[in-house]
Design a protein around this ligand. Structure first.
Ligand SMILES: [Zn+2]
Length: 259
């Protein structure tokens, strides 16, 4: 474990899918008021990048037990102003398995997670545009450059670790396109610290009741494995495209939010 001071990070990647090789990079423990976070440091196209493995823990931390506040705090402490998240999701709208969805809004169906840094103060964050428009534009350019298709969609975040019932999916599918267990509260916590956050989702399965066949864990791993190289290319291009100075609204999400 590296204990030396490190230089300021430009971007953080919160993964998710697509980063099985992160352990090859230099690691560092970052202390936060919520506990320590192990991050992996690398350079991508000239930018300093911190990789935060979301499920890192002794036994692949389950979604409802991930220390979301510590992860986001660690990113801020490292000086990174932008977070790019990768998530695996189930489709409620028939997206083919292996397709990419750029998240453009979310609905929160979690119920037991610490979801704010402001337990002692009343602060209301503006989430009209939860995912950073600037990073999304860079994602779009990356997809176009690679000739890859993607769609945009609304993400429903459920508590887990169990999967949803058919009735729940029928309900959720009226409001959202894809479902997963890890996208919230990350996105809101990032906004509370005025960080940019965008999420690239990979469809690894059809949501419960949307397909007659049950997908096995091995098949999900296979889908992720096949797309890993593409995810890396897209992320690299996206990071390269990021403008030096942020001009999005994320920088002022807290403006006028205090009561
Ligand atoms: Zn932004």
């Amino acid at each position: 474990m590296e204990k030396n001071t490190i230089k300021k990070m430009d971007v953080a990647i919160l993964g998710g899918v697509g980063f099985n090789s992160y352990k090859e990079f230099k690691s560092r423990a970052v202390s936060t008021p919520y506990g320590k976070v192990t991050v992996y440091l690398t350079q991508i196209r000239g930018k300093n990048v911190a990789i935060v493995p979301r499920h890192a823990g002794k036994n692949h931390t389950p979604p409802h037990k991930i220390n979301y506040r510590a992860n986001i705090w660690a990113v801020k402490a490292l000086g990174a102003e932008r977070i790019i998240s990768t998530n695996s999701v189930g489709s409620m709208k028939g997206h083919p398995v292996g397709s990419f969805v750029l998240l453009d809004d979310f609905i929160d169906f979690t119920r037991s997670r610490p979801l704010t840094f402001y337990d002692e103060t009343t602060i209301h964050i503006d989430l009209t545009e939860p995912y950073c428009s600037e990073i999304k534009t860079c994602f779009t350019q990356a997809f176009e450059k690679r000739g890859l298709s993607y769609s945009e969609g609304i993400y429903a975040c459920t508590e887990g670790p169990r999967f949803e019932t058919r009735a729940e999916i029928r309900l959720l599918s009226q409001f959202a396109d894809v479902v997963g267990m890890t996208g919230f509260p990350e996105v809101a916590l990032a906004k509370e610290l005025e960080l940019c956050y965008a999420a690239l989702a990979l469809v690894t399965n059809q949501a419960c009741g949307m397909s007659p066949e049950k997908l096995t864990a091995d098949e999900v791993t296979e889908v992720v494995g096949k797309r890993e190289a593409q995810i890396l290319e897209i992320l690299e291009d996206t990071i390269e495209n990021l403008p030096e100075i942020r001009k999005c609204k994320c920088c002022s999400a807290k403006l006028g939010a205090s009561l």
